[in-house]
Structures are given as C-alpha cells and as structure tokens.
Write a protein that binds this ligand. Structure first.
Ligand SMILES: Cc1cc2nc3c(=O)[nH]c(=O)nc-3n(C[C@H](O)[C@H](O)[C@H](O)COP(=O)(O)OP(=O)(O)OC[C@H]3O[C@@H](n4cnc5c(N)ncnc54)[C@H](O)[C@@H]3O)c2cc1C
Length: 381
C-alpha cells in the first residue's frame, strides 16, 4: 500500500504529526522501532508528563537554532490541540503544564486513541535503517528489510539521547544534510567523586550558581540531587546548558539561600555558643542534613557561613548522552523551511528532537515536540 505520509518514530512529535496529517485526510503510517509507541513519553515529568509551559516564550528558554522554536510555536495553539484530543491541562505555580489526570500514561493513551480514530496505521518493531527516494516516492527500509512507501516522509526519531543516530547518518549522506553533531543537553554534571561520594542519594534545596573564573554564568534555585560522581536535579540540568567544552566551570551551592551571610553568622554564633559541648557533627543540626554538615568547615561562624553559602564543586564534564534528558544537535535551521520541510528534498520533513534546538526543563521540550509535529502534519500535501 502506498501512504500519503510515513512517519519515522512514534514519540511525541511523530504521533502529533500523524494526528494532524490524518485529520486532514492524509493516509499516515507510523514506523516505530520499539514494540510500543511513546515509550519515552511515559517517563517524562517523573511519570506526570510536564507537557508544556505557560507562558510559552522562546526567548531565554530555548537553545541552539532558536529560529526553529519560533517557527514551531508561532501561530500554534497547543492548548487547543490538547483539548482537541481530550486532554485537560493544568499549570502549577511555576508555569509547568501537566495533564489534569496527573499521569503521562493518559497523555499517551489520548494520542493513541486519536490516531486510532483517524485510522493512522501503526507499525511497531520497525527499526528504520535507511530512507530512500525515487520517482517522488519515499521508501523506509527496516533492519529486517521490510519496506514501507509514501509520498512524504517525516523524520521524528528524536535524538541519540534516547536512540541511536544510525538513521540520521544515512539520511545525512543520502539527502545532503549536514546536521550539527549531537551532544548532551539537560544533563547531570560530573564532579570529583571524592567530594560527593558520601552524599550519594541526598537531595537538598539550594541556590545554584554556575561559575567560570570569577564570573557567574547562570543561576537557578531548586532541588539538587547528589549521585556517585555527579550533581543533578532540574536546576543543575538547566545550568548544564551553559557548560561548554574547554572552559573551566564550578558549581557553587548556597545551602541557606533564605539567609543573608550576615544573618547566618549571627545565627551560627548563637548556636555554636549553645552547642559548645556538642559533638562537631551536631553543631549544624537544624540547618543542614548531617551528611552534608560533616563536610562543612566549622572552625568559626564566619568561615562556616561562607562555606554554607558557597559550597563549591568543580565541573569536570557533562554526563554522557544516555543520561541526558535531551540533546543539542540535529538538522539546522537553514536546512529546513518554516514548515520544517527539507530545503534539499521536497516532501521530507523533520520534527522534534531531530532538529537542532532544545529547551530548558519545565515543559519546553515536549511543547516543541508537539508544536513541530503539528506544523509538519498540517503542511503535508
Ligand atoms: C527521563 C526524561 C524525562 C523527560 N521529561 C520531560 C518533561 O517532563 N517535559 C519535557 O518537556 N520534556 C521532557 N523530556 C524530553 C522529551 O521527552 C523529549 O524532548 C521529547 O520526547 C522529544 O520528542 P521526539 O518526538 O522528538 O522524540 P522521542 O519522544 O524520543 O520519540 C522518538 C521515537 O522514535 C523512535 N525511533 C528512534 N529511532 C528510530 C528508528 N531508527 N526507527 C524507528 N523508530 C525510531 C524512538 O523509539 C521513539 O519512540 C524528558 C526526557 C527524558 C529522557
């Protein structure tokens, strides 16, 4: 059977592109390598799916080719799309938008129900290894040499943060694209293992600064999580966007962000006085968790306050791609038009993470995946 459109990848952007295209009368097939579509969607937002942000502004929230985010989000009514497939959304106080049901599974179910209603064909366990075009027909070829053909093709395979990039490499060579190499974005930051080993598993609320030399590059407040040799958490992942290769960075944690240094000194002076006879490990009880307190210099209230407000960790490097929530890299803004159609090959479209743009934590990445999928699905002729 010849389809109007074949969609490589059944993730957030691919499912959305399929809905929009088939809603306009196009026959669509989704080719997904996993046994089920939307596996990653289920992990998002810790299973709650932070699917957008309100307001959804591109400036300072997207990195890479920001023009791509503008193309996707301008004139795209995401709330109307969610409503049209039966998803009611609600935003928390910081603007993170979640499904009212509170579960990512319900978002995936809604997308799949709509695909089924519109007659989208789902072909799973189809790991596409090559895409060919001849006589205006695209043919996707799987690792098992199955073939599916259509008049248009959409690449919605995400990034190597979740998959491999064999297909993108083949496409690059076949259709003359030169994507930006993929690298981790929104990822934990690796530090000196000796500094954090004893803190593994701990979560603390902190104001976190990314520092290069004496310069504060960026600053975020939130929960920091300690791992075996890394720091993580939403604020650290957001700061990782600014970590470039070749520059020396450190993370400075203010572990008492609601205190000024002066107030903290006064507090510590009083507390140390009262706890003269207490064991060293109990001196900071009531202000820091014990495992953390054990690493703080308690030689004087001044020194302790300084240490609590500027607890430093060198950044050795970013965590590897497989630990990242998303990746930077992919098809560049100048390789597609404002409908995400390849400028090199008519009928070839890209959406989601295969494009060279990514957003901060907070719903920006799924918002881009959905919005770019909508744009592509609408524009297939
Ligand atoms: C743990 C985690 C939590 C996250 N939480 C959030 C969040 O709460 N909010 C947010 O905005 N963003 C979040 N993100 C990022 C968000 O999930 C992605 O930006 C988004 O899913 C990208 O959508 P996509 O359609 O481009 O790619 P994906 O959703 O990754 O879909 C790509 C699909 O293509 C398939 N595929 C890949 N290669 C092939 C091939 N060769 N042949 C056939 N199929 C293929 C994959 O199996 C996959 O199903 C999170 C990411 C992770 C890893």
């Amino acid at each position: 059977m010849m389809f109007d459109v074949l969609i490589l990848g059944g993730g957030a952007s691919g499912l959305t592109a399929a809905i929009e295209a088939s809603g306009r009368g196009k026959s669509a097939v989704i080719l997904e390598k996993n046994p089920r579509v939307g596996k990653k969607l289920l992990q998002t937002g810790n299973g709650r799916c932070n699917l957008s942000h309100a307001p959804l502004l591109t400036e300072n929230n997207y990195f890479g080719d920001i023009l791509l985010a503008d193309h996707a989000l301008n004139n795209t009514d995401l709330p109307a799309f969610f409503e049209s497939i039966g998803i009611i959304t609600t935003a928390d106080e910081s603007g993170r938008v979640y499904p009212h049901s509170g579960t990512a599974a319900s978002v995936l179910d809604a997308l799949r129900l709509e695909c089924r209603r519109l007659g989208v064909t789902e072909q799973t366990e189809f790991k596409c290894v090559a895409l060919e075009k001849s006589d205006d027909v695209f043919t996707a070829i799987s690792a098992n040499n199955e073939r599916v053909s259509a008049r248009n093709a959409v690449v919605a395979t995400g990034s190597p943060a979740s998959a491999d990039d064999v297909l993108l490499k083949q496409l690059t060579a076949r259709f003359g694209h030169a994507p930006v190499p993929f690298a981790p974005a929104l990822c934990p930051l690796i530090t000196d293992e000796r500094l954090v080993r004893s803190l593994k598993g701990l979560r603390v609320s902190a104001n976190c600064k990314l520092i290069s030399g004496e310069r504060v590059v960026a600053e975020e407040r939130g929960e920091v999580q300690f791992g075996e040799n890394y720091l993580s958490g939403i604020c650290v992942m957001n700061l990782s966007c600014f970590v470039n290769h070749g520059e020396n960075f450190s993370l400075s944690l203010d572990l008492a962000p609601d205190f000024t240094e002066k107030d903290l000194v006064l507090y510590l002076r009083r507390t140390f006085e009262k706890r003269k006879a207490a064991a060293n490990e109990d001196k900071l009880t009531g202000i820091l968790q014990k495992r953390l307190a054990l690493l703080i210099d308690i030689s004087s209230p001044h020194i302790t306050a300084k240490h609590i407000k500027d607890f430093r960790f060198p950044v050795m490097k970013k965590a590897e791609l497989s630990k990242a929530q998303t990746a930077v890299g992919g098809i560049r803004a100048d390789e597609v038009d404002d409908r995400f159609q390849s400028v090199k090959t008519h009928g070839l479209f890209f959406c989601g993470e295969s494009l060279n743009v990514f957003g901060r934590c907070g719903g920006y990445n799924l918002a881009f995946a959905f919005a770019s999928g909508i744009k592509v699905g609408k524009n297939i002729v």
